[in-house]
Write a new protein. Structure first.
Length: 325
């Protein structure tokens, strides 16, 4: 399948680690992501509230580039970008709206756009659990993880088409295939505060604190996300969140592609883990310790089996000698 790839603005800055791990994991799974040339900002979360048609024009230009690449599907890692691109594609089905948007573009947009989906959905659609498990080099077995989707990935359901809008399970499926234990996380689609981290800092701190408090209480090793804004609020703002809910947090918050990359055997620096505000070193050390303990147990079993076989050899030789006499 020919994938066009829209990274979005965050991928080139605040979520460069998401971009790095996405590229590594998709390449490992045989998915070639062809970045659309000359792409522009999709308008992120605020543009549509200012001017719906201008917001759609920003997205339509990107969709048009992907269409002219003859891409079968357009992938993007960011839920906000995904939402904007999907909303624009849907609105462009209205002829009058399309005409007004086309008037804002240098040239009228292509008549038909490729379908837009998230990187997460793209991986799941092209690689089943067995294919993902076959790529695992360092199983996540023994790690307890909480999947956090945020509020945009699955809503509105008629646009995002991401399964149950209140209880999506795709991230759990991918990470279970990598060996992890996924806990039931009731706040998986609760809002973390999204882009209100600056204008409504107190509200964002309370929302993020509520999510981190539950994750801590459930005893997970990490919260796993798919959204740059969610990752920033839950990772970078843990001190603010701690004060807001009178607790202390030291919870690693990784992108799902970073967790998959660890399972695939990539070194932390190849996944951008050094960029995390809350270090993932403890998580990585635990994972390494679990796999080393497994290796020692396996070696001990093999040695025991070999010793038992060696002990059987003299008995067989004596039995054979007795039979000849």
């Amino acid at each position: 399948m020919k994938f066009a790839y829209y990274p979005g603005c965050s991928a080139k800055g605040s979520s460069a680690d998401y971009e790095k791990s996405t590229q590594a994991v998709c390449a490992a799974l045989g998915m070639r992501l062809e970045e659309i040339p000359g792409w522009n900002c999709c308008g992120s979360t605020p543009a549509h509230a200012v001017d719906t048609e201008l917001s759609a024009a920003l997205c339509a230009r990107n969709l048009d580039i992907a269409a002219r690449q003859e891409a079968e599907v357009l992938l993007t890692p960011c839920p906000s970008c995904l939402s904007n691109l999907r909303h624009a594609s849907k609105r462009m089905e209205d002829a009058a709206f399309r005409a007004r948007v086309d008037a804002l573009l240098d040239n009228p947009a292509a008549a038909h756009f490729p379908p837009v989906t998230s990187v997460m959905q793209g991986i799941a659609a092209n690689c089943d659990a067995a294919a993902i498990a076959a790529r695992v080099r360092k199983s996540l077995k023994g790690l307890r993880l909480a999947a956090y989707y945020g509020c945009l990935m699955s809503r509105p359901p008629e646009i995002m088409d991401f399964g149950d809008p209140e209880n999506p399970t795709l991230m759990e499926s991918l990470l279970t295939a990598c060996g992890a234990e996924m806990v039931d996380f009731p706040l998986k689609t609760a809002c973390c505060g999204a882009s209100y981290g600056i204008p409504e800092r107190a509200m964002t701190a309370r929302n993020s604190g509520r999510i981190l408090e539950l994750a801590t209480r459930l005893g997970v090793d990490a919260v796993v996300v798919a959204c740059p804004l969610c990752q920033m609020n839950l990772d970078l703002r843990q001190a603010q969140a701690s004060r807001a809910v009178d607790a202390f947090f030291c919870m690693p918050v990784l992108y799902f592609t970073q967790m998959m990359g660890l399972a695939f055997g990539f070194a932390p620096e190849h996944l951008g883990l050094e960029k995390l505000r809350v270090s993932a070193d403890g998580l990585i050390n635990k994972l390494d310790g679990l796999r080393q303990a497994e290796a020692r147990e396996a070696a001990a079993r093999e040695a025991k089996t070999a010793a038992a076989k060696a002990a059987e050899q003299p008995d067989r030789a004596e039995a054979a000698e007795g039979g000849r006499s």
